[in-house]
Design a protein around this ligand. Structure first.
Ligand SMILES: *[C@@H]1O[C@H](CO)[C@@H](O)[C@H](O)[C@H]1NC(C)=O
Ligand SMILES: *[C@@H]1O[C@H](CO)[C@@H](O)[C@H](O)[C@H]1NC(C)=O
Ligand SMILES: *[C@@H]1O[C@H](CO)[C@@H](O)[C@H](O)[C@H]1NC(C)=O
Length: 636
């Protein structure tokens, strides 16, 4: 599937103080109205973009980039352009995998090919199955089956006396990042790693194109690099002729694996597992391949050769409904940048290089970043965010109908999936008093449903980690069986992921509404109460953990959280009183308190009035300081 890794970055722009004749909320409801929502156009773009495989750096990828550019341009997005970087992308030169079940058996050579289901005319252009930035070289050794390749899996092997040292580890996808599987195997002493797709996690008795499941020959490819951006330019943009570090220096950085690895299919995984002897694997290590009893080994020999070449390639990034709003007179208060990133799969290359190139500007002016990646694959809605954006996400899901059931909103279906009996809707909370645990507001329950943006995983990473911009990510997806395989295509989407393309429309509505609110609000609608709520939630969990222990008191923690909550509430109140300047009802000021005090002082020119200006400056400075204290989690 084409990675709809499009997103908004929003930068404050004081130059964009434009008065619009129509109230902003009108445009906001227009944005989510059926008249502007077009599932046919989404389907058309997806079909065009996914017609040919287009791995980063390929000619087909450049064509996809041009399609996005022309779609942006024809929607009226101003200053649409491509920005290119020279990045080091890895591609395999040759790969072989041979299994010698026993010294007397002939070696088995694996084809390492995914079978064409007959509907994909460009199947030959699909990249060979490989792990991007895998270590080049050959590895041979007895096979050890290591379950999901987690730290605890290798510990369990150690406990039962299985020596992983010198072995080729066979692990299955499904619990952790593939790069970490390779890293953990290396730490346990393995010389090579094979990662396969087990039916238990991705399969069914029937598979694509008949069903949504991964076919037996399907292989999940992907990067094993755990850094952000081009590994040859850590921390700076990959521009033409820029400084680059050597392969040895990259390896010293610890973010690329030091042993070779290959992804393999369920069928190949099964073939290898058949030859693995030794201890029977625990029940929770068993899978669903071929009625086999999984064993941990080591007995058979597996030989893995893989050679990756790093090639220099161009990677581009870019920029319908917003265009339609603009045609009807809407002008955003803040700039909205629509970006479509390239080379996400290699290690977030496009987004990271761009952030590195524009770091200072983004750090001082970007106010939020909204990410969509793997936008749609199922009916359930998911969101993750930095906590000050929770409330906006909740409000947006209240405005958008559920694409699979128009008699409820996304919010209601989301709430239905939790425990609605245990929460109180906002209207029902009549007075400000401390709530009992069974009276938690529903919005708190919702904010508990919103995940947090972890390490890497998608293009928000450079924004959150390098420049600390509040960010959110949303989708109708939480992983799908054909992910990162040859079957991850338009046919799969049309048959199983989103047959009417209405889920695509809905995710664009939520994403767009949050963007419009952020772009148009006079004072940024961030709510820091979520931070306090989140801390309280975790503290309550700690309290449960330590019940019965009289020596430990959580009261200092509760007290500090209460102070944080108060600070957040106070900021929220100040946010409410910031508004249009008293002295220019049509105008709007960034610091209306300071500006108004200046107006008065200029007129009266008394010592007292200028003192008031100084007071307003202190007041805003304190509010800003408080906001950063909240952000930094520092409570004084
Ligand atoms: C594990 O195997 C390696 C390589 O065969 C060997 O050097 C090492 O001593 C073994 N370790 C243990 C604890 O048996
Ligand atoms: C659709 O939503 C309505 C209202 O919440 C609910 O009663 C109904 O059960 C839902 N239908 C399905 C098929 O989920
Ligand atoms: C768009 O949605 C309508 C109504 O749900 C549906 O009939 C139509 O087939 C959809 N179009 C596409 C291209 O999926």
């Amino acid at each position: 599937m084409f990675k709809t890794a499009a997103l908004f970055a929003i930068a404050t722009s004081l130059a964009f103080l434009i008065l619009s004749p129509v109230p902003k909320p009108t445009y906001h409801s227009l944005f989510v109205s059926p008249s502007l929502s077009d599932n046919a156009s989404i389907s058309h773009h997806l079909r065009t973009l996914t017609r040919r495989p287009h791995i980063a750096g390929s000619a087909a990828n450049a064509a996809a980039a041009l399609h996005v550019l022309s779609a942006f341009t024809s929607s009226g997005v101003t200053s649409s352009r491509l920005v290119s970087f020279k990045t080091a992308l890895s591609l395999p030169v040759s790969r072989t995998l041979t299994l010698t079940p026993s010294p007397s058996d002939p070696p088995i050579e694996f084809s390492l090919r995914q079978e064409n289901h007959g509907e994909n005319p460009y199947a030959d252009e699909v990249a060979p199955t490989f792990h991007a930035y895998a270590k080049s070289g050959a590895a041979a050794g007895p096979v050890v089956y290591a379950n999901y390749g987690r730290v605890e899996d290798f510990a369990a092997l150690r406990e039962i006396g299985v020596n992983v040292s010198g072995s080729v580890v066979l692990a299955r996808y499904g619990e952790i990042f593939r790069g970490d599987i390779v890293r953990n195997a290396h730490a346990a002493g393995a010389v090579g790693v094979l990662v396969y797709t087990d039916k238990k996690d991705y399969g069914g008795e029937r598979w694509f194109p008949a069903e949504r499941w991964m076919p037996p020959s399907g292989v999940q490819v992907g990067s094993v690099y755990s850094g952000l951006g081009d590994p040859t330019t850590p921390g700076w943009p990959s521009t033409e002729g820029c400084e680059r570090i050597s392969e040895e220096e990259i390896e010293m950085g610890g973010e690329v694996p030091l042993i070779p690895s290959l992804p393999v299919s369920g069928a190949d995984g099964e073939g290898i597992l058949r030859s693995v002897g030794g201890h029977m694997a625990r029940d929770d290590w068993q899978g669903n391949e071929g009625g086999l009893v999984y064993r941990v080994g080591p007995v058979s020999e597996s030989c893995l050769t893989s050679s990756d070449a790093i090639k220099e390639a161009e990677s581009e990034k870019f920029v319908e409904r917003l265009g339609k709003l603009q045609k009807r007179g809407w002008k955003p208060r803040r700039t909205i940048l629509l970006c479509n990133w390239d080379a996400e799969e290699y290690g977030l290359l496009g987004s990271t290089e761009w952030v590195e190139e524009n770091r200072e500007l983004l750090a001082s002016r970007a106010v939020a970043y909204l990410n969509v990646d793997c936008a749609v694959s199922e009916p359930r809605f998911y969101a993750s965010a930095t906590p000050q954006l929770d409330e906006l996400l909740i409000q947006a899901t209240k405005q958008v109908k559920h694409p699979d059931n128009s008699s409820q909103t996304i919010y209601e279906s989301w709430l239905g999936s939790t425990n609605p009996g245990k929460c109180v809707r906002s209207g029902e909370i009549r007075q400000q008093r401390s709530l009992t645990r069974s009276e938690v507001p529903c919005d708190w329950v919702m904010s508990g449903l919103i995940g947090r943006l972890g390490g890497g995983g998608s293009d928000f990473a450079a924004f959150v980690q390098h420049i600390g911009v509040p960010a959110a990510m949303m989708s109708f997806d939480n992983g799908y069986p054909v992910y990162h395989s040859m079957y991850d295509d338009f046919t799969w989407m049309e048959k199983f992921g989103d047959p009417m393309f209405q889920r695509h429309v809905a995710v664009a509505s939520v994403w767009g509404l949050v963007a419009l609110w952020l772009a148009d609000a006079e004072v940024l609608p961030f709510n820091y109460l979520s931070y306090a709520e989140e801390l309280l939630k975790y503290t309550n969990e700690v309290e449960n953990e330590i019940t019965g222990n009289e020596d430990i008191s959580l009261s200092p923690l509760f007290k500090s959280i209460e102070e944080l909550r108060k600070a957040a509430t106070k900021i929220n109140r100040q946010r409410e009183i910031y508004g249009p300047s008293k002295y220019n009802d049509y105008g709007s000021k960034f610091f209306p308190g300071i500006d108004d005090a200046i107006e008065i002082a200029k007129k009266s020119n008394t010592e007292e009035s200028w003192k008031l200006v100084q007071h307003e400056i202190w007041r805003v400075a304190r509010a800003v300081k408080q906001a950063s204290q909240v952000l930094n989690g520092v409570v004084t």
